[in-house]
Design a protein around this ligand. Structure first.
Ligand code: NAP
Length: 268
């Protein structure tokens, strides 16, 4: 069987490196391109502490992407560059699998149009950790019985966007499965922001600290009880099974799939 040709943008970054390693270790995948604005002209194999692979890190351009003849482009870059990268990918006939966060609802509508126009497919997932996807799914069930919910998301201090894409997606899933609106009341805020940010009447609190990787708690309040659903990623390897699943599925799906849960059989 021919190996699936995969390129990675953000290959010099923390997530990108992990993706490159995982692709190299998969018998059915072939790493054919590495793109980043850092480490240019360095061999990606040597960067990962492995043998020279003859794959130099390059700037992502239509030309450099077409030259590597990738079928799939995995993107773990920045909220500022991800839209441009998806555009390059689709215009070059390459299916994007995107983990970069900070993509808004408005962006998603635009991307979906681009994907349809290209006749290709794409996966965007704010969280590729299977446990996080289950945490979101369980939360969307819990809200049927506990309409009051708040989200606390905790990430390493290098993360630049807040709240996290996972928190926003969780709020989205909770709000669309809520059968009863939570009661709202006037609050006396002694410091602005004390109650966090609010999306769909759900308060989201973002914590950024050295030592953390990616963690989230969803706390539901009910009569005389709370229910906490928590997920922790202790290592970036936690995202890799989900990324590889998306890479292998993207050639056989249609249009834009947003959220890893839509690639899993999660009938609960
Ligand atoms: P990082 O270490 O800063 O890596 C991002 C890399 O991409 C940097 O080297 C960056 O360079 C580079 N880059 C920026 N623009 C680029 C472009 N146009 N083409 C190619 N490379 C470009 O960040 P990270 O920790 O790996 O995280 C990357 C993203 O993944 C973040 O948005 C993060 O929130 C997200 N993430 C998602 C998941 C998930 O499961 N979906 C899990 C973890 C992290 P510069 O420094 O020049 O910008």
């Amino acid at each position: 069987m021919e190996k699936l040709r995969v390129a990675v943008s953000g290959a010099f970054g923390r997530m990108g490196r992990e993706v490159c390693r995982t692709v190299l270790d998969d018998d059915n995948l072939d790493l054919v391109g590495a793109f980043d604005s850092h480490g240019k002209e360095n061999d990606i194999g040597l960067e990962l502490g492995r043998r020279n692979l003859g794959i130099k890190i390059k700037e992502l351009t239509p030309k450099s992407l077409e030259e590597c003849r990738a079928k799939v482009l995995v993107d773990f870059t920045t909220p500022m560059s991800v839209l441009h990268n998806i555009d390059i990918s689709l215009k070059s006939g390459v299916r994007p699998v995107v983990g970069t966060t900070g993509i808004t609802h408005v962006d998603l509508t635009r991307i979906s149009e681009w994907v349809d126009r290209s006749g290709l497919s794409a996966v965007i997932a704010p969280n590729f950790a299977l446990g996080a996807v289950l945490m979101m799914t369980f939360s969307s069930i819990a809200v049927r019985y506990f309409p009051q919910a708040e989200i606390i998301e905790m990430h390493h201090d290098q993360k630049i966007d807040a709240p996290s894409g996972t928190a926003l997606k969780t709020a989205d899933m909770i709000a669309s499965n809520r059968q009863e609106e939570p009661l709202e009341k006037d609050e006396l805020l002694k410091l602005p922001g004390a109650r966090g940010a609010v999306q769909d009447k759900i308060h989201i609190h973002s914590i950024r600290l050295n030592g953390l990787i990616a963690h989230q708690e969803v706390i539901f309040g009910g009569l005389g009880q709370t229910l906490t659903i928590r997920h922790d990623s202790y290592d970036r390897s936690s995202f890799m099974p989900g990324v590889i699943l998306a890479v292998k599925k993207v050639p056989v799906i249609k249009g834009l799939v947003y959220g890893l849960e839509n690639l899993l059989d999660l009938q609960i």
